[in-house]
Design a protein around this ligand. Structure first.
Ligand code: UD1
Ligand code: CA
Length: 460
């Protein structure tokens, strides 16, 4: 039996008060829609269909491995689902339908929903939860303890408002029964919308089996409708992720002040100091010391690495490296074993060889640096002529004196020595000493002459 998933993500999300569509907003540095799609991929379904509408392209560019279905006008969740008829309507199997604004849903909970649906031989199942009555969720209507329908908050009678069991916006259906029932959904209600929720009553009236899968905790499926709920979801997920890492042996000093994305992996005996934001597909090995105050995005960090007060993106850091404070690495840097990179060093698209050092105040861009190289304080690769970028190659064991400019394209051969303050424009050969600056001139006794001159000016 095949299982399909539909995510309803076409809505604008008016209450977010944003130019961006709601599902693009990030929970713990990852867009809502990506949380949901990744969870569905983990669950393993036979097809994922994402209904897009409001600013569809902004949603589409974030996700791959799914089929997008356009809902041109957002006329309600039932209408959203109807748009999938041409791609899904004929298929035999089970379809789960998810609200796009509940990004904390887990595959375990969805498994529970599908299992319940199958075990009870249902054609339509709604996930429910007992909630506080101030929630504006649809109310679950039951007769003799059997679900017979859902009434939207705005359509509820005063008695129905008092029902605690509510719809959390996740469903499971027999696919063909779903599309048959959708044909009968109308927009005859308080909001003049086509509601997916009507499907349950329609199925029940048609003598199909419908039911409710009640979960104990609203936390995963509370739904995000405004920025308060967005911030609350981020806090909730932050603590959940941090606790997972603590239990895996990661030493997180302050769980409230450390932000680790859901796709990050960290090895045991690594310490994370406060103020770190670690996101994307970052991996950190074991016995590392990270922070305080680092931001990593898509970084691969091996073991025994120390990094403090630094911003690193899209780079690889090998074993035993120490970086910071105040370093910045971006755009595919590869920092090899036992490198020391110190204060205020920026690297971009650079490979920095084993045991090499750039201890202070340097910019190394579009460069390949060999092993055991010393980059003196203030060294700069001049990689840009205003239009194009050029490569600098520094071979093994080179010593670059302080405050040197390496004007690319340029190569410095093995064991070469560059005198401090040089502006290197031509190739430096292996074992050579390069000095490229004007000679110092000393005028003996001239400081006294200068003083005389200054005094005469003051007298005038
Ligand atoms: C919905 C349910 C409500 C439930 C609540 C749980 C309906 C009619 N109501 O209400 O019973 O208690 O979720 O959170 O479904 N969407 C589209 N196209 C549209 C309209 C919405 O794709 O035309 C998407 C939205 O982007 C969103 C999801 O469907 O991701 C839910 O829509 P939303 O307007 O937030 O529904 P609620 O009013 O929260
Ligand atoms: Ca909602």
């Amino acid at each position: 039996m095949k299982t399909y998933a539909v995510v309803m993500a076409a809505g604008k999300g008016t209450r977010m008060k944003s130019d961006k569509p709601k599902v693009v907003h990030e929970v713990l540095y990852k867009p809502m829609i990506c949380h949901i799609v990744d969870e569905l991929k983990g669950l393993g379904v036979d097809g994922i269909y994402v209904i897009v509408g409001h600013k569809a392209q902004e949603v589409e560019k974030l996700v791959d491995g799914v089929e997008f279905v356009l809902q041109k006008e957002q006329l309600g969740t039932g209408h959203a689902l109807m748009q999938a008829r041409s791609v899904l309507g004929d298929k035999e199997g089970t379809t789960i339908v998810l609200n796009g604004d509940a990004p904390l849903i887990t595959k375990e909970t969805l498994k529970g929903l599908i299992q319940y649906h199958n075990d009870h031989h249902l054609q339509g199942t709604v996930m429910t939860c007992d909630c506080d009555l101030d929630k504006k969720f649809g109310r679950i209507i039951k007769e003799n303890d059997q679900v017979t329908g859902i009434v939207e908050y705005k359509d509820c009678s005063p008695e129905q408002i008092q029902i605690k069991e509510m719809n959390v916006g996740e469903y499971c259906f027999d696919n063909q029964a779903l599309f048959k029932a959708l044909e009968k959904v109308t927009n005859d209600n308080a909001q003049n919308e086509y509601y997916i929720t009507d499907v349950l009553k329609i199925m029940n009236d048609d003598h199909l089996n419908v039911g409710g899968y009640k979960i104990a905790d609203l936390a995963e499926v509370g739904g995000i409708n405004d920025r308060v709920e967005l911030a609350e979801a981020t806090k909730q997920l932050q603590l959940k992720v941090n606790k997972k890492h603590l239990l895996n042996g990661v030493n997180i000093i302050d769980i409230n002040n450390t932000y680790i994305g859901v796709d990050v992996e960290i090895g045991p005996d690594t310490t994370i100091e406060p103020g770190c934001i670690i996101k994307g597909k970052t991996t950190i090995g074991s016995h590392c010391h990270i922070g305080p105050y680092c931001e990593f995005d898509n970084v691969e960090i091996k073991d025994h690495v120390e990094i403090k007060f630094s911003v690193i993106a899209d780079s690889i850091i090998e074993n035993g490296v120490d970086i910071g404070p105040y370093a910045r690495l971006r755009n595919h840097c590869h920092i090899l074993e036992n490198v020391h990179m110190g204060n205020f060093v920026e690297m971009k698209k650079a490979t920095f060889g084993k045991g090499s050092k750039a201890a202070h105040l340097s910019y190394i861009g579009d460069a390949t640096v060999g092993s055991d190289v010393n980059i003196g304080c203030g060294t700069i690769t001049s990689n840009y002529d205003g239009k194009n970028k050029f490569q600098t190659v520094i071979e093994d064991n080179v010593f670059v004196g302080c405050n040197s400019n390496l004007v690319a394209p340029v190569t410095v051969g093995k064991n070469a020595f560059i005198a401090a303050g040089s502006t290197i424009t031509d190739e430096v050969h292996e074992d050579a000493f390069a000095i490229a600056r004007s000679r110092q001139v000393n005028k003996e006794g001239y400081s006294k002459v200068l003083e005389e001159k200054r005094n005469q000016i003051n007298k005038k």
